[in-house]
Design a binder for this molecule. Structure first.
Ligand code: PLP
Length: 453
């Protein structure tokens, strides 16, 4: 039997052959990447045997936790029965049919049709195609502009990166015409002196209306937003924000797209974030939690009023080889069956969410923390040198990265966006594990604070 490779050997191979996403690969190669070898529940194990609490559900996706045999078995059975077939050219297959029907059941009532993709980015590229197609069929082809928000994340393909409002991504030459970015509802970082959250929420939402007016409603195709801006730092809007956005979308002749790649499938304590915030999207973008990340799959739910138009348009010349991949659909069906059987969405809403929030909020008392927002199973810690004056650290991102590295050493995966730490643990995390998560986050804050002194 060949010996398993050592951590040093694995790191050397990784350094020689792997270009990492969203990484400075050269710097990473000097440091050496952490090799994750297995996982169970909310716990990761690395190649050196360290056990790490995964406070990020992988990349916000492992909603039902790791090690679910039921999903592995469903995928294995599907691979034996029909490992691949496509849904182009008048064919379909059982897992895609079953999953389409299941999604129509779980999503809000206006949704009865899904377009399958392989990821969130592909879903958002699909959205651009669907929106343009819709207005073309309605003989309003000049309606092409999509309004998005600064600091939004909608994916990494060229189309999706354009929809997103991430300055570091735009700096790398992805800008295409046709997307306009407005302010994000980031109260802690962007409110005016003396402004209440309610006033700020209304003012920020109304930027949508003034932008529609400035550009002309006849040019605006759609507005896209994440219910809670995730990668942008877990930006939970003030209570006045979403009702005002919903009003504007209702009154104006534009489509509203809810990017639920993170918020979908229970993260906010309802099946979808739009239900938590009371909005009524025309398109709903999904990925990640649909399979709990066990296999790649994404999709766009299309509301009946949009479907009715699209169905009049003949061929839609768009699709991916892996749209509705049978094994990925089987993984999704098994994942959703677990979520329904174990009532995981109710657990987030009534038990785990309030329990974690009660403890997490106390971290706001730490001298390094400006705010500690949390909703459902997603939260953040804004790190600041001055809680009262709400100032930012001069070298943006440095303290966040320092804290994130401490966190890893303390056995907890948190993510850092600028100087904001983020958590989004698996939805099935137990009370004891939440206690552990908060204790490790607190130690991370103490370590970071000590280092800065
Ligand atoms: N949309 C949102 C809100 C996301 O958070 C992400 C990924 O983090 C995406 C889209 C892109 O998804 P993917 O990485 O599957 O392409």
């Amino acid at each position: 039997m060949t010996q398993p490779r050592t951590t040093a050997e694995l790191r050397a191979l990784d350094a020689a052959h792997h270009l990492h996403p969203f990484s400075d690969t050269k710097a990473l190669n000097d440091e050496g990447s952490r090799v994750i070898v297995k996982a169970e529940g909310v716990w990761l194990t690395d190649s050196e045997g360290n056990r790490i609490l995964d406070g990020m559900s992988g990349l916000w996706c492992v909603n039902v936790g790791y090690g679910r045999e039921e999903i592995a078995d469903a995928v294995a059975a599907q691979l034996r029965e029909l490992p691949y077939y496509n849904t182009f050219f008048k064919t379909t297959h059982v897992p895609a049919i079953e999953l389409s029907a299941k999604l129509a059941e779980l999503t809000p009532p206006q949704f009865n049709r899904v377009f399958f993709t392989g990821s969130g980015s592909e879903s958002n590229d699909t959205v651009i195609r669907l929106v343009r197609r819709y207005w073309d069929i309605k003989e309003q082809p000049e309606k092409k502009v999509i309004i998005s928000r600064r600091n939004a994340y909608h994916g990494s393909t060229v189309g999706a990166a354009n929809l997103g409002g991430m300055a570091p991504m735009h700096a790398q030459n992805v800008a295409l015409p046709g997307v306009v970015h407005i302010a994000q509802p980031y109260f802690w970082g962007e409110a005016r002196q003396g402004e209440t959250p309610e006033e700020f929420g209304l003012r920020t939402a109304r930027a949508l209306e003034t932008t529609i007016d400035a550009l002309g409603e006849d040019r605006i195709a759609a507005f896209i937003a994440e219910p809670i801006q995730g990668a942008g730092g877990v930006i939970i809007p003030p209570a006045t924000y979403w009702p005002e956005i919903a009003r504007i979308c209702r009154e104006r002749d534009i489509l509203f797209i809810s990017d639920e790649v993170i918020c979908g499938f229970g993260r906010t304590g309802k099946w979808f974030g739009c239900e938590t915030f009371g909005t009524q999207p025309d398109l709903l973008v999904m990925a990640k939690g649909i399979t709990s990340g066990y296999l790649p799959l994404g999709g766009v739910m299309v509301a009946d009023r949009v479907v009715d138009v699209l169905l009049e348009g003949g061929d839609f010349n768009h699709g991916y080889t892996y749209s509705g991949h049978p094994a990925a659909c089987a993984a999704a069906l098994a994942n959703l069956a677990i979520m329904q059987r174990e009532k995981i969405v109710d657990y987030v809403a009534d038990d785990a969410g309030p329990y974690l929030k009660a403890q997490w909020s106390k971290l706001a008392e730490h001298p390094l923390v400006g705010e500690a927002p949390m909703l459902g199973m997603v939260g953040a810690l804004e790190l600041t040198p001055d809680k009262i004056g709400r100032t930012k650290f001069p070298d943006v991102g440095k303290v966040g990265t320092l804290a994130r590295d401490f966190s890893f050493r303390n056995g907890l995966v948190m993510r850092a966006t600028r100087d904001r730490l983020i958590i989004a643990p698996p939805l099935v995390i137990s009370h004891g594990e939440m206690d552990e998560l908060v204790a490790r986050a607190k130690k991370t804050l103490d370590d970071t604070y000590a280092e800065l002194k």
